[in-house]
Design a protein around this ligand. Structure first.
Ligand SMILES: NC(=O)c1ccc[n+]([C@@H]2O[C@H](COP(=O)([O-])OP(=O)(O)OC[C@H]3O[C@@H](n4cnc5c(N)ncnc54)[C@H](O)[C@@H]3O)[C@@H](O)[C@H]2O)c1
Length: 356
């Protein structure tokens, strides 16, 4: 491919503008080809950053062919947007969740496989160097066998966050909006989940959707995990407030994930590897080794990865299948909480089966 990679952005709202900032910060590698957003704000933003504006993807593809599209539109139109990009063989990076349901996500997986078009899902935390480091420590066996993992996502959202009705409705609570990122990382670091047993509560806000959930995760490896999520808690223990990825939140020096292994344990995002002296046991002193990690903006790293995929140099780190599996896990948690029983992930449709 000659010249700079041309990436268009569909959906120039809050998150779309984060992507635009990342693209615009890498001007030697990539160009922001166009903004696609039917709203007056979208048009005004395109004028401000000085790129062509289109009211729809159909209009965009009618006049230009970017090398890739970032879709940061509302979840309800991810399916339609993704299928349109795939239909014209245009690689697409879709914000998370990949779609509103695993049934919709399967349609994206199926279309992408049939047309052999790369689809990436915006679980950008996997691109954070801290997570890359954690993944390599685990793969090198530095933790021994993973026995258990603890994930904490306790946030306090302001009341005006809920002024939009959809944020109070079922499926728009912290499991689908926040914990889906944690679940994607737990899958990435600890492997696939076999079953979940969850309870959810809306006792504080009394909305249709949950404000708090507690989850027991049984991994295929036999490891057990617990995940706690709430958007009603004043606390420093969430990825959002510990990782320093988003300047909208003042970063704390706390951790939100504990990964426990037979040789050592890892706290994240402070990347401390804890082990007993001499590889011993609880009778021996325990201390930590801080892992050296160079900080980097994961959204920029994700765009750089998208460029490599477009250029045929890499496979998607978070493919449509990965996005589907993380969505299916979040759905299983909500189903378990609603039914009051364990849900096995085998009950989630397998995209491979739909292609057979
Ligand atoms: N990665 C993350 O950490 C993260 C965080 C928050 C939200 N998200 C996801 O990002 C996506 C966008 O969320 P947001 O908070 O930016 O929403 P938003 O409402 O701020 O922005 C959405 C934009 O899409 C535009 N739009 C609507 N329909 C469109 C269409 N058919 N084509 C083109 N543009 C269209 C709207 O006009 C709006 O400007 C959602 O999928 C959300 O789940 C991701």
């Amino acid at each position: 491919m000659s010249g700079r990679v041309q990436i268009a952005l569909a959906g120039a709202g809050l998150v779309g503008r984060w992507h635009a900032d990342a693209i615009l910060s890498m001007e030697s590698e990539v160009a922001l080809a166009a903004i696609v957003d039917p709203s007056p704000d979208g048009k005004a933003y395109a004028d401000k950053v000085g790129v062509p504006w289109h009211g729809s993807l159909t209009e965009l593809f009618g006049s230009e062919r970017p090398d890739g599209v970032v879709v940061a539109t509302p979840n309800q139109v991810h399916l339609e947007n993704a299928l349109e990009c795939i239909s014209v063989d245009c690689p697409v990076l879709i914000e998370k969740p990949i779609a509103t349901s695993s049934d919709e996500a399967i349609q994206i997986v199926t279309a992408a496989r049939e047309k052999r078009v790369p689809v990436l899902v915006g679980h950008h935390r996997r691109h954070n160097p801290i997570i890359r480091k954690a993944k390599s420590l685990i793969e090198e066996g530095r933790l021994g066998r993973i026995t258990t993992v603890q994930s904490n996502c306790w946030l306090l959202k302001p009341e005006d966050y809920f002024s939009q009705a959809w944020r109070r409705a079922g499926g728009a609570g912290p499991v689908m909006v926040n914990a889906i990122h944690d679940l994607d990382l737990l899958r990435y670091l600890c492997g696939e989940v076999a079953s979940v047993h969850a309870a959810a509560s809306s006792a504080v806000r009394q909305f249709e959707t949950e404000d708090t959930a507690a989850v027991l995760l049984v991994f295929e490896s036999g490891a057990l995990g617990t995940l706690s999520v709430s958007d009603t808690v004043a606390s420093p223990w969430s990825w959002e407030l510990t990782a320093g990825e988003n300047s909208a939140y003042a970063a704390t020096d706390q951790s939100c994930y504990l990964v426990g292994g037979t040789e050592a344990s890892l706290s994240l995002p402070d990347a401390r590897l804890w082990r007993h002296d001499g590889g011993g046991n609880w009778k021996d002193p325990i201390g930590f080794e801080s892992q050296a990690v160079q900080k980097a903006n994961p959204l920029a790293a994700q765009i750089r990865h998208f460029i490599s995929v477009i250029e045929g140099e890499a496979e998607p780190l978070v493919s449509a299948e990965e996005g589907l599996n993380s969505l299916a896990l979040a759905e299983a948690i909500l189903q378990s909480a609603a039914d009051g029983r364990a849900v096995t992930l085998e009950s989630i449709p397998d995209p491979a089966a739909s292609l057979a």
